[in-house]
Design a binder for this molecule. Structure first.
Ligand SMILES: Nc1ncnc2c1ncn2[C@@H]1O[C@H](COP(=O)(O)OP(=O)(O)O)[C@@H](O)[C@H]1O
Ligand SMILES: [Mg+2]
Length: 158
């Protein structure tokens, strides 16, 4: 039987999100790619930001911004180099193949890099291509700031 999550947490406020992300620092540290899915406004970019903050001891690289209009962002941090990709506007497989995303993720596969990919569910085959990755799904829960966050380690054997 295949497991469908390695963690499944309920967060009731933004503050709780921040402390939960900090408590999971070891997990983020060992990953090479975090694929993040969820509806618009679910908190994919916010989670990306909090993970970077946890790894950078609270210092956000100044280049950090919502990447919705730019496809690939790179942020040089003190502890790692970050790649931030948002597939929201990607229309087709052909566009993805010619976008440079696959090459960037391939080059990112070194110990000191960490990539975030928002909207991976648009091209879910991507999640099978790279080692050391994690799939996170965020859903809005009962209250405004409430979220359910699920994570699954992908290809842990490679
Ligand atoms: N528990 C929470 N987790 C994530 N984001 C939250 C939470 N509570 C409130 N927010 C807010 O919700 C918004 C989510 O926006 P964003 O991260 O850009 O969403 P997405 O990238 O999924 O479209 C942000 O303004 C964030 O501060
Ligand atoms: Mg976003």
């Amino acid at each position: 039987m295949t497991k469908n999550s390695d963690f499944d947490v309920k967060i009731s406020s933004h503050k709780e999100l921040v402390s939960w992300v900090q408590s999971q620092k070891q997990l983020w540290m060992t990953k090479n790619i975090v694929f993040i899915d969820g509806d618009l406004g679910a908190g994919k970019t916010e989670l990306t930001k909090q993970i970077i903050l946890s790894l950078e001891s609270g210092q956000l690289p100044k280049e950090f911004g919502s990447p919705t209009y730019n496809l690939i962002h790179e942020y040089p941090g003190q502890s790692k180099k970050y790649l931030h990709i948002d597939l929201y506007r990607m229309e087709s497989f052909e566009e993805l193949e010619s976008s440079g995303v696959l090459e960037s993720l391939e080059e990112n596969q070194t110990e000191n890099n960490l990539a975030f990919v928002e909207w991976s569910n648009k091209f879910s085959y991507l999640r099978g291509l790279f080692k050391n990755s994690l799939h996170v799904q965020i859903e809005r829960a009962d209250r405004d700031e409430g979220r359910r966050i699920r994570g699954l380690n992908l290809n842990p054997q490679r």
